[in-house]
Ligand binder design. Structure first.
Ligand code: PLP
Length: 354
């Protein structure tokens, strides 16, 4: 008997989640309604003093953040880390802002204060908490006027001072895409610190909010999706604890020559469990070893998907990100992974070659 391969990702949908969606469908209210309001209230409560707007995706949350905070209107210059996803660039361009692509910090794989020193003219930064590793928001704050935290990979995590990620910037974007910490298929949420920005953001979502025509987006989240997200949000602490327990198990099993992923400190949410190989040869050896054991490990970002490459910029300016993509091995750690699969991965990690 051969066991099916361990996939790299997969959601966990419980009977409770299914019941929540069914109840939402039975209620007869399938557009944005009471479930959206409940989800927003729950986020606002957990992320005090931020205010919440549920939206249709993480990309929509980022785009709306740029509009709600006035960055769009002023065609602001926004720093964006190259190691991320195209959603960052999509949002900045959609909002009519100018993107400045930065290299990333070696450990956190996100934009650091030092990188902003190379780009002093930026008005704002999208600080991605990459794989759940907190960006240095305090350090960025000293260098730029406005900070949008990208929490699409870090829901439930905290920074080094124990503050929830999403509460230290001016705005924070979350995604409920199928592979994220909580998953509604598609969906997202925007937190805003400022009351006026929140009202402005809300007016983009509400068809009745404007007396005269002004741009408006249908970025709304339907109630059944909100019900699914809210059902999972209620067990967020348990979801994070399970991720931490699995990450610890993997780290204990690693042979002495393999370092555990950096940044799995207390309070962090291990969205990914990324080993860092010395370079492409070791990366390939590790991927092959795991593949042979029936485990779908993943290098995550192909070189050509780095944002500077997408824009045709000279790679010489982005050495850390260029190296990171040829060294990363993301080991399966996802919401729906079962105990047997965790044991299987743990055993394979113990046998990682040099
Ligand atoms: C997933 C993700 C997004 C985009 O979210 P969508 O819901 O897919 O639009 C943005 N930023 C980061 C860091 C992500 O991981």
């Amino acid at each position: 008997m051969t066991t099916p391969p361990v996939p790299h990702n997969g959601p966990l949908i419980t009977d409770e989640d299914i019941a929540a969606v069914i109840a939402s469908l039975r209620s007869g209210w399938i557009a944005s309604g009471p479930q959206v309001a409940a989800l927003e209230a729950a986020f606002a409560d957990r992320f005090t003093p931020m205010r919440a707007l549920a939206v249709s995706s993480g990309t929509a949350a980022l785009t709306l953040a740029l509009h709600a905070t006035g960055l769009s209107e002023s065609h602001a210059t926004v720093a964006v880390p190259t190691y991320g996803c195209s959603a960052l660039l999509d949002a900045v361009r959609a909002a009519g802002c100018r993107a400045v692509i930065t290299d990333v910090d070696k450990t956190s794989l996100t934009v650091s204060p030092a990188q902003l020193d190379d780009h002093p003219a930026c008005d704002a930064v999208i600080a991605v908490h990459t794989h759940g590793f907190p960006a240095d928001v305090d350090g960025l704050r000293d260098r730029v006027g406005l900070i949008i935290e990208d929490c699409c990979q870090s829901l439930g995590g905290t920074d080094m001072h124990g503050r929830p990620l999403g509460t230290t910037g001016d705005a924070a974007a979350f995604s409920f895409y199928a592979t994220k910490v909580i998953a509604a298929g598609e969906g997202g949420l925007l937190l805003l610190r400022d009351l006026e920005a929140w009202e402005e953001g809300g007016s983009y979502l509400d068809p009745a909010a404007r007396e005269r025509w002004a741009p408006r987006f249908n970025y709304r989240l339907p109630d059944p999706a909100a019900a699914l997200a809210f059902s999972q949000f209620r067990r967020l602490d348990a979801i994070v604890q399970r991720r931490v327990a699995i990450a610890d198990r993997y780290s204990e099993a690693l042979p002495p020559n393999v370092a555990p992923p950096p940044g799995l400190a207390e309070g962090r949410v291990p969205y990914r469990y990324c080993l860092r190989a010395s370079g492409p040869e070791q990366q390939q050896r590790w991927l092959s070893h795991l593949e042979a054991a029936g485990i779908r490990a993943d290098p995550l970002i192909p070189t050509q998907h780095l944002l500077h490459r997408q824009l045709g910029l000279d790679p010489v300016g982005f050495p850390t990100a260029e190296h990171a993509v040829t060294a990363t091995v993301s080991v399966p750690l996802f919401a729906g992974i079962n105990d047997e699969q965790v044991e299987h991965v743990t055993l394979a990690l113990a046998g990682l070659p040099d």
